[in-house]
Design a protein around this ligand. Structure first.
Ligand code: SF4
Length: 378
């Protein structure tokens, strides 16, 4: 059982904070989609026994593609793999790409979950982080998805944006809930080296995000969405019961996935990780048989697997199952883990519950830093 991730490396424009691999030029979509369909056909043989349970179109901005391309790719998946009856098919979309016609075609193609990059419903906030759409565009897009028959809609929200007070964030969250979406992914604004945001901050033209504001707003998001009945099932993800992302949950459980497209990563569910070149031109040429190597792979060491399990499990609300951890890495590793955990349990940022080591409400925001303290580093 596995999932397929398609990376669509195109955007209409580059947002100030973004460091995902994408190019702000949509003139080459046809060539890249053709190469992706070829990669899918060639790599089918690597996955002889896998039923496909989930498909995820991420990016970049998959909604910039003609809807016919999405339909053709999904037809390839169904004709080449054994697919689950209730396969989850997610498409990331930006509000300014959503139209009644595209919504109809996505549904007809088999898309049954849309992840909408709203980020905020406040137009001034959106402009400050370089988004193209307005708050009203976002509301209209959600309405069109509902009218077109989509029930499973998730919104992305960004918190910790300098100059945006708690009241604007609270209003964003209430609009999200009022829009009757089933899932929210909430991310702290981070400054990645080399992004336009990084340059503007270093030139003194924008303020840097404040860690204290981000930590406080994380709790505002958590409390608001949990009070509304959502489960906080992973540090950045909230869902009403029955609407967790099955695709991302499978990643966190270490299930196999096939990544297709420029910069896409794959994992065989055991030890091998593989990734494609982060160059649309290099990818197309490589698949066509010319140019240099277009993918690389590595075998995960015991240390990598140990650290990855801790990192992903501590970000989930269930936490790290100590019996599974001991089976996989041995009793000594478990003793070492529990020794380190004592410190965080003492601080009130971690706890043992139902056989799992998990982070508490105050510990979750610091999950990455706490997890690193448990890592093997030699
Ligand atoms: S739309 Fe998404 S992928 Fe594209 S530039 Fe903006 S944040 Fe990055």
């Amino acid at each position: 059982m596995g999932g397929i991730y398609f990376h669509i490396p195109f955007c209409r424009h580059k947002c100030l904070y973004c460091n995902f691999f994408s190019v702000a030029n949509t003139s080459q979509t046809g060539r890249v989609v053709a190469a992706m369909r070829r990669e899918l056909a060639e790599r089918r043989k690597d996955w002889p026994d896998n039923d496909i349970r989930t498909v995820y179109f991420g990016g970049g901005t998959p909604s910039v593609l003609p809807a016919d391309d999405i339909a053709a790719i999904l037809e390839d998946v169904r004709s080449s793999f054994s697919t689950a009856q209730d396969m989850e098919v997610t498409l990331e979309a930006n509000p300014d790409d959503v139209s009644a016609e595209k919504v109809r075609m996505w549904r007809a193609a088999g898309v049954n979950r849309v992840s909408l990059g709203v980020q905020s419903f406040d137009t001034a906030t959106l402009a400050a982080i370089g988004r193209r759409h307005s708050g009203n565009d976002a509301l209209r897009a959600v309405d069109m998805l509902h009218c077109g028959g989509f029930e499973n809609i998730t919104l992305d929200i960004i918190y910790g944006i300098p100059g945006r007070g708690d009241e604007i964030l609270a209003d964003d969250l209430h609009k999200a809930l009022y829009s009757d979406v089933k899932h929210v992914s909430a991310y702290a604004l981070t400054v990645e080296p080399g992004t336009a945001l990084d340059v503007l901050i270093r030139r003194g033209k924008m303020s840097a995000p404040d860690d204290g504001d981000a930590a406080r707003q994380f709790l505002l998001v958590k409390d608001t969405l949990e009070t509304a009945g959502m489960e906080h099932y992973e540090i950045s993800n909230f869902a009403f019961p029955g609407f967790r992302s099955r695709h991302n949950s499978a990643y966190w459980q270490g299930k196999p996935y096939l990544g297709i497209g420029p910069s896409a990563h794959s994992f065989d569910g055991k030890r091998e990780r593989r990734w494609n070149t982060a160059s649309a031109g290099g990818y197309v040429t490589g698949i066509g048989g010319g140019g240099g190597p277009w993918w690389e792979s590595e075998e995960l060491s015991e240390k990598d697997r140990h650290n990855e399990m801790i990192m992903t499990a501590l970000r989930t609300c269930e936490g790290l199952p100590t019996d599974v951890f001991a089976d996989r890495f041995g009793g000594d590793a478990l003793s070492r883990l529990m020794k380190t955990a004592e410190k965080y349990i003492g601080y009130g940022t971690a706890e043992i519950k139902d056989g799992h080591l998990r982070l508490t409400r105050t510990g979750l925001f610091f999950a990455d830093g706490i997890a690193a303290d448990f890592f093997y580093t030699d």
